[in-house]
Ligand binder design. Structure first.
Ligand code: ZN
Ligand code: MN
Length: 480
């Protein structure tokens, strides 16, 4: 019988900041540019070139810190982290050592941030993962290994990179997934980063150890390097935790090592064994002055903080009367929230929420499209809702109209006119249809006399006869 084990996980996440220029020079930050076109002596690491700080990067880092509840350090500085790396010709990375910009803070794990299949069995609801620090550094260049050798692209060298370090508070692959999902959301909400993992704008290193539940002694920490998708982190941990347990249960010992995740094989693979802790010989970068964040600057930033998912959710619930579940779905991605708020502006919030969640998101999900590429715009969906509200069309016809706009585009109001989709509110026409249905079904009329709930059947028939265009309330009244 195997023992019970506890997994301890901490994450280090590198987030590429959304600045126009690099951290210490004026070169453009541009994804997918021709290799080595956005370079200068500073980011190529030429001797004697001097770095100049990018103020926007400092601001975005402080902003990220404020959004995650960190303290912004009044004094901080940049240090040189010395090591050899083929795509870092200076042989040091400008980073922050003992005085980072942000300290403490936390990442709240929302239910909907967990993987879909795990949302019903969340071990610790409302959990918060504490942050140790957030520091700012420069990215290194990127190597491309080709058949005939290795090419280095310096476009990425010097890109501002924020490193967000968590406390070892994470206990499962699912929590790691939720943590990264929330982090990504917050970055996008705040305009701090596009946090697109496919473009390498959010990269993750994982530290994981296991220990028996009946001991307090921490297990051996093993590092998983350079994971580049949130689901990849989950899969890697779901492999690595049982692997470590298996070794221990078999009486073996684990050693401090660095492993990489092989997604194709679905397993972690040994990269190198750590013989001793790295000595990076950090020292303050003599080319850069220490930094002071004055309180007035931080206060102003805090005042201008963008509305975060949690706050937005609370507002949608209290101001629009949405359910917690609906509000959670709508704020889960900034693009969805933006879309919804355009549709809901000046309209019935609940109706707008129903249409966005059930119809729009439902349909997008079915065809595998992002909301950014939705064939129905917020204006078009808003117009459909207006047509329901002013009684021009019924809710049922609105579904057909939505289909038409989805497939063919066009102005909903014009479509209703040109395709004769208007609701029939003319009682004369409805009366005629009711009479016809009654005349054609004398047996049902008999039944209805004994059982008044049968009226519903007549309403259905009349709606069918009018192609769904009769006003349902009018039909009901007339049938009665
Ligand atoms: Zn440059
Ligand atoms: Mn780093």
């Amino acid at each position: 019988m195997p023992h019970d084990y506890i997994a301890t996980i901490g994450l280090e996440v590198h987030v590429q900041l959304k600045t126009r220029s690099k951290m210490f020079c004026a070169c453009a930050v541009e994804y997918g540019a021709e290799p080595n076109t956005n370079v200068c002596p500073v980011c190529l690491g030429m001797p004697g070139a001097l770095p100049v700080m990018n103020e926007e990067a400092l601001k975005l880092t402080a902003l990220a810190g404020l959004m995650l509840g960190c303290d912004i350090a009044p004094h901080c500085k940049f240090d040189r982290k010395n090591y050899f790396y083929p795509d870092m010709p200076k042989n040091y990375q400008i980073s922050q050592y003992d005085l980072p910009i942000c300290l403490d803070g936390a990442v709240p794990l929302h239910d909907l941030a967990y993987p879909k299949d795990a949302q019903k069995s969340i071990a610790t609801p409302d959990k918060k993962v504490r942050l140790t620090r957030i520091h700012l550094e420069e990215d290194v260049a990127k190597s491309f290994h080709m058949e005939s050798g290795t090419g280095i692209d310096f476009n990425r060298a010097g890109t501002p990179l924020m490193e967000i370090v968590s406390e070892p508070d994470i206990a499962s692959p699912e929590e790691a997934f939720a943590y990264l999902t929330v982090l990504q959301q917050v970055m996008v909400y705040g305009g701090v980063s596009d946090a697109d993992m496919e473009k390498g704008q959010l990269r993750c290193d994982v530290n994981v150890s296991v220990r028996r539940a009946d001991t307090d002694k921490w297990g051996t920490k093993i590092e998983l390097k350079n994971l580049n998708s949130i689901s990849g982190v989950r899969r890697a941990l779901a492999f690595e935790i049982p692997r470590q347990i298996e070794v221990l249960e078999a009486g073996g010992t684990l050693q401090q090592e660095t492993r990489r995740w092989d997604d194709a094989r679905g397993e972690t693979v040994l990269m190198r064994i750590k013989e001793s802790a790295h000595d990076y010989r950090y020292f303050p970068d003599p080319d850069l002055l220490p930094l002071e964040f004055d309180q007035a600057y931080v206060d102003a930033l805090a005042k201008g903080l963008p509305e975060l998912p949690d706050d937005k959710k609370a507002r949608l619930i209290s101001a629009l009367g949405l359910s917690t579940y609906d509000a959670s779905i709508l704020v889960s991605e900034k693009s969805v929230a933006d879309y919804f708020e355009k549709v809901a502006a000046g309209r019935d919030g609940k109706l707008a929420a129903n249409w966005v969640i059930n119809d729009l998101l439902g349909q997008l999900n079915k065809v595998g499209k992002d909301i950014e590429n939705a064939p129905v715009s917020p204006d078009q969906l808003g117009a459909i809702i207006d047509l329901i509200k002013d009684g021009t069309i019924s809710g049922k016809i609105a579904k057909d109209l939505f289909e038409i706009v989805w497939n063919e585009g066009g102005d909903p109001r014009q479509l209703v006119e040109s395709r004769g989709m208007k609701q029939v509110t003319d009682t004369g026409a409805i009366e005629k249809a009711v009479d016809e249905v009654i005349a054609a079904n004398p047996d049902k009329v008999e039944q209805a006399r004994a059982k008044p709930t049968m009226a519903g059947w007549f309403v259905g028939q009349v709606m069918k006869a009018t192609g769904g265009k009769a006003n349902p309330q009018a039909v009901q009244a007339l049938v009665k």
